[in-house]
Design a protein around this ligand. Structure first.
Ligand code: MOS
Length: 762
């Protein structure tokens, strides 16, 4: 409305009342500052080297660590000869299970409330080997080169034991849970309905292991000060890491301080792995600060990645394409020492209305480095299977694949029965199709040629759930000068959090962006926030709403009878122009400076916890999108080039058009890697990862990436803070199938096993 446009004022969070309340006012479309493509607040620091990453802190008296890794998958160490390493130049300490301090097993990620560890194996406590690549020794030396050299001199002999390393033949079991929910979901009798459906597809899809390859390899620089541990870590969960290290070392959580203001990509990997524990233990033994920067190979040995999957998708439909039965089952690799079954059926729970649904995940426990989450765990590989199968069914029915999807758009969540909080997939899909030129697609494969290149178009649905985890809190400090600082123990891994949260806080407080500082990346700050599950933005938003409301209440208490605000209640107040004003009367206004000055205060600091995420128990909440792809397949070599990629998303309110577009592009590029090249080569005889480098583990490079267009509905979700849902993981989902479907449309080859390499097309 006019008033908001004039003053750029934001009324208070009174409207944010889930589930029956009205939208957070920040979701209102006429809020001019929300959604603006503000450039990164830390951009200058990053491009001028001012941003210091975990491996760039130099501590007084610091030594450098290197690791030696096991070369068998399972068994015992019989001999560990460290003499040459100990005698090597610059060596300060060689630590093995013989001289490591006693440590407790780390609490596992998602299994205990603040567990951050990839697995619960004891770290360097005995002679047991649990995976090929497990650290068996730490060397500390004066320089990194000396440490690496000495580590290379360590000689180990083993008594190997039989190891389970072959996913194809390993026994499977039902996991305890999948992301906190049951491992299987069924509605009606899907097998029976499938058996009698007139149209059917039933296929097996396979996806390989993936390893994490963030630009910044994992690193930690740390020091003990008496019984207190201070770490500069690369982290997406500073509080979880502090809690978990405290458990390992048997100290209080308040004795561990984790700082992580800049992170060069996380994607699910920047949690707690053995390297932080080993560095802290070695620092204790040597009584020196330690920097441990994993090599790229080290990341592949020590930090888990995405598990391989084998998935069955069976769809039974009537002649019009309505799904009678939707079956999505299969298995994923896991270990007995972690609890993250790759949740590949998650997307299938909410995407299509089928009369009968059956979803089930089993796991095969292997002797390997524990798998972990990697950008859109489950949805990335699950949508590859589901959305490929839908394309196969569309062809059988002679229907446009978009039309088949449209016919199965559900009214309510098909497995939970809940209403959707906001679902505009069809709008996103229609707008994307128009922009992309979907009508150029030929219905039959292999009809478009340009020289040796066969051209095809494909699409697939993207989806990722909205989450808001408990524990978030925020502290707002308002100063007389009209500057505000917002403190949250949150994370900036490159996605734009610092920028977006500065922008949102500025709008909420009615201050210019330059007057607001968002302070994050430190375990001593307010709340517990995981930068994962694409939920950080909403989690912080919920906390800032609470703190902002508490701040305004506190300001109103400072107001005296002479103030133009006297007598107003919080529900009649908005923040605008560096102060508080009456919503209904533009003349009644007072600056923060004046309110604080009258009260004789230099500043006012308020901390508050986010309200519980009650919205999730009343609504099925997900983001959606449609990915469109144009692929060219060489009839001569089988080479695939992606020529165009477009993502049209429905993700609630976009808070910053620039960082959001970058997030989506990054996700889609990662999706291209998933579709065409990423694959961990795992030797089933030895359980060893054979391509632990970016020379052999392929990710998309500049020449692989086409023009990528990104668009969105920008329809606020009325049940989330700021109207926004998460976007970090949405972009990668659907891309695998969109590429596979485009490749099929180009050349008539249906590839059901990722990555789509040229050998599969010849
Ligand atoms: Mo993401 S895989 O939840 O960091």
């Amino acid at each position: 409305n006019e008033r908001d446009r004039t003053h750029a004022g934001v009324a208070l969070a009174r409207d944010y009342r889930t589930p029956d309340g009205q939208p957070d006012p920040l979701s209102a479309l006429d809020q001019p500052r929300i959604g603006a493509p503000l450039s990164r607040v830390d951009g200058l620091q990053k491009v001028t080297g001012g941003a210091r990453f975990a491996a760039e802190f130099a501590l007084e008296g610091m030594v450098h660590a290197a690791l030696a890794y096991s070369t068998i998958a399972r068994g015992r160490i019989t001999t560990l000869d460290t003499a040459a390493a100990e005698a090597a130049p610059g060596v300060v300490l060689v630590m093995t299970h013989d001289n490591a301090p006693t440590l407790q097993s780390p609490p596992v990620f998602l299994t205990t409330a603040q567990g951050a560890a990839g697995d619960d194996h004891p770290v360097l406590q005995n002679d047991q080997v649990h995976w090929n690549g497990q650290p068996i020794a730490v060397v500390l030396a004066e320089t990194p080169e000396q440490a690496e050299h000495a580590a290379s001199l360590i000689r180990a002999e083993y008594a190997p034991e039989p190891a389970v390393t072959d996913f194809r033949t390993a026994a499977t079991r039902e996991p305890d849970n999948v992301l906190g929910g049951p491992p299987s979901v069924s509605v009606g009798d899907a097998e029976q309905a499938f058996g009698t459906a007139p149209r059917r597809v039933d296929a097996i899809y396979r996806t390989p292991r993936h390893n994490h390859n963030a630009i910044e390899p994992h690193a930690v620089t740390l020091a003990w000060h008496d019984d207190e541990l201070m770490l500069h870590d690369a982290s997406q969960c500073v509080d979880h890491v502090a809690y978990s290290l405290a458990q390992v070392f048997g100290i209080a959580e308040s004795q561990v301080h984790v700082s992580s203001p800049f992170v060069g990509g996380g994607f699910g990997s920047k949690t707690l792995w053995q390297h932080q524990i080993l560095a802290a233990a070695a620092a204790r033994v040597a009584d020196r600060p330690v920097r441990l920067a994993l090599s790229r190979e080290g990341v592949h040995r020590v930090v888990g990645g995405r598990a391989c999957t084998e998935q069955r998708v069976a769809i039974g439909a009537d002649e019009q394409g309505h799904f009678r039965a939707l079956i999505h089952t299969g298995k994923a690799a896991m270990t007995a020492h972690n609890n993250l079954p790759e949740p590949f059926t998650q997307a299938t729970r909410c995407l299509y209305g089928a009369d009968h649904v059956q979803l089930a995940i089993r796991v095969a426990d292997l002797d390997m480095l524990a798998n972990t989450f990697m950008r859109a765990p489950g949805e990335s590989v699950g949508t590859f299977a589901l959305e490929s199968a839908i394309d196969e069914l569309a062809e059988q029915l002679d229907l446009d694949p978009l039309e088949l999807r449209r016919r199965n758009e559900p009214e309510r969540d098909p497995t939970s029965g809940l209403p959707f909080s906001s679902r505009h997939l069809l709008e996103a899909s229609r707008a994307g199709a128009e922009r992309f030129g979907w009508d150029q697609r030929s219905a039959r494969p292999g009809e478009r040629y340009e020289g040796e290149w066969q051209i095809g178009l494909g699409c697939a649905t993207a989806t990722y759930p909205y989450m808001r985890m408990p524990g978030a809190a925020a502290r707002i400090t308002l100063s007389r000068s009209g500057a505000a600082r917002v403190d949250v123990a949150a994370h900036e891994m490159g996605m734009g959090t610092a920028t977006v949260q500065t922008q949102v806080a500025a709008a909420r407080l009615g201050l210019p962006v330059e007057q607001v500082r968002f302070n994050y990346g430190d375990s001593s700050l307010a709340g517990v926030v995981l930068a994962g599950g694409s939920q950080q933005t909403a989690a912080i938003g919920g906390a800032v709403i609470a703190a902002h409301r508490a701040l305004v209440e506190a300001l109103l208490e400072l107001v005296d009878g002479d103030s133009p605000l006297a007598g107003l209640t919080i529900d009649e107040i908005e923040c605008r122009d560096g102060g508080l004003g009456a919503v209904a009367d533009s003349a009644r206004f007072e600056t923060y400076d004046r309110i604080l000055a009258r009260a004789g205060r230099d500043e006012l600091a308020i901390e508050a916890d986010a309200a519980e995420s009650e919205e999730l128990s009343h609504f099925s909440m997900h983001s959606f999108g449609m990915i469109f792809c144009e692929a060219a397949v060489s009839a001569v070599t089988g080479e695939v080039r992606i020529r165009r990629l477009l993502g049209s998303f429905d993700c609630g309110r976009v808070l910053n058009a620039k960082t959001a577009a970058s997030q989506f592009r990054g996700g889609m590029i990662m999706g291209l890697g998933l579709a065409l090249m990423e694959e961990t080569q795992f030797d089933t005889r030895s359980g060893r990862i054979m391509n632990p480098s970016l020379a052999e583990y392929h990710v998309p490079v500049q020449m692989d990436v086409p023009e990528i267009e990104v668009m969105w509905t920008d329809i606020p979700d009325p049940h989330t803070p700021m109207g926004a849902r998460g976007i970090g993981e949405l972009g990668i989902t659907g891309v695998g199938a969109a590429v596979a479907n485009a490749v099929y449309n180009a050349c008539g080859r249906r590839v059901r096993e990722l990555p789509i390499t040229l050998d599969k097309l010849l």
